[in-house]
Design a protein. Structure first.
Length: 400
């Protein structure tokens, strides 16, 4: 492993990170410090009905809670974002608090875009077709202040991206993911007590998605010594905690898992240096071709993806081994890294074969490989990694 220090620019500016049990009690004081009086709480129906999650948030916001908008869904529909903006304006709210999974956080982040620069669906569709994305105001002060409180491990919180789906002209749906430095949340609250209100199956399904952000940061073409440090420490926390999540009530396990996910995201979401790459490209392909949930898709394909990377390039396997491999007397670092990833996945009781989950078909694997090859994230992987469609189809067939 080279210890040479590269030249780099690390322009990453997350919102203030609040970590710890009971930390959501700081919401009232935090909004007050920003001069904010009235917050719309954005979440999904399940979380909105979960008093263990809602109670601490409502208490933390106190009189600054204007209303609850509990209409987000995993589909991340732009229609939901429009409804949310209407509620913001009806209430004259001056802040958004997003609680829950990545779907709620993404919808809330897109609500800020629409609230600042309102466009009808047809205008959004035309803009995406013309430019490939949706423009976001460059000035963060133009966007409604956003405070996020994640309750899953997907890692959609410390992000400048806002995935949303919109209706296409032919009656289907498409996804756009506008990325803008200005759209980083104003504040982020990581409270392990809130994560413990989420069903274990849901946590497990999101864990590999968040974990892969640390993996991919290490071998990203845009890795730098700062993100090396946070990603490797993330892998250490997650290697120690994720396999135990289903098997213990020890609060220290959840504390380490949450902290690991926080570190996994640090520096990932940077303009011109976005670090998630190959595994996420496969995840997008399997979701769009077969409707597979992202966490499940990642769990199944990540070992085979790593094997392909290690066949073609070094993939910084030594640095990955620093975070993932407990033993020091390892002869084959690549094999040891893959084995550690499989152990984490199996400890979470996640599926390991595409044939065992609903949606994928063997005859559809080629089309999924084509989709993955064309996904822009595929080209953000390790330096020198340039897989063919046949290579990617081989990964999917090995995962079948």
């Amino acid at each position: 492993m080279s210890l040479d220090v590269p030249s780099f620019v690390h322009d990453f500016q997350p919102g203030a990170i609040h970590y710890g049990r009971g930390r959501v009690a700081d919401l009232d004081d935090t909004l007050a410090a920003h001069g904010l009086d009235s917050a719309l709480l954005v979440t999904g129906t399940n979380v909105g009905a979960n008093r263990e999650a809602m109670g601490p948030i409502e208490a933390g916001l106190g009189d600054r809670l204007a209303a609850v908008f509990d209409e987000t869904t995993p589909a991340k529909r732009i229609e939901t974002a429009y409804d949310g903006v209407e509620r913001i304006r009806d209430l004259d709210a001056d802040a958004i608090v997003a609680l829950g999974s990545g779907s709620s956080l993404d919808v809330a982040r897109f609500m800020r875009v629409l609230d600042a620069d309102f466009r009808e669906v047809a205008e959004i569709r035309d803009e995406v077709e013309a430019t490939g994305t949706v423009s976001v105001p460059d000035d963060p002060d133009a966007l409604t202040p956003l405070f996020v409180v994640p309750t899953t491990f997907a890692g959609a919180d410390m992000s400048i991206a806002a995935a949303i789906t919109y209706p296409t002209a032919d009656g289907g749906r498409a996804e756009t993911i506008p990325v803008a430095k200005s759209n980083m949340p104003t504040g982020l609250f990581y409270d392990p007590d809130l994560f413990e209100t989420t069903p274990t199956n849901t946590l497990a399904g999101s864990a590999i998605n968040g974990f892969d952000k640390a993996l991919e940061t290490v071998y990203s073409a845009f890795a730098n010594p700062i993100t090396d440090a946070t990603a490797v420490q993330s892998l250490r926390y997650l290697r120690d905690s994720l396999p135990e999540l289903r098997h213990t009530d020890d609060p220290a396990v959840m504390d380490r898992a949450v902290m690991g996910i926080v570190l996994a995201q640090y520096g990932v979401s940077m303009p011109e240096a976005y670090k998630i790459n190959v595994v996420h490209a496969f995840g997008h392909a399997l979701r769009n071709e077969f409707g597979l949930q992202q966490g499940v898709a990642h769990a199944i394909v990540v070992p085979e993806t790593l094997e392909l990377i290690f066949e073609q390039v070094d993939g910084r396997r030594g640095l990955l081994a620093e975070g993932l491999v407990v033993r020091e007397d390892v002869e084959d670092e690549a094999a040891a890294v893959v084995a550690a990833v499989e152990e984490i996945r199996d400890g979470l009781s996640l599926p390991s074969r595409l044939r065992d989950v609903e949606g994928p078909t063997e005859e559809g694997l080629h089309d999924a490989a084509v989709y993955a090859r064309n996904d822009p994230f595929m080209d953000l992987g390790p330096e020198g990694f340039d897989p063919s469609v046949e290579d990617l189809e081989g990964v999917l067939r090995a995962a079948w």
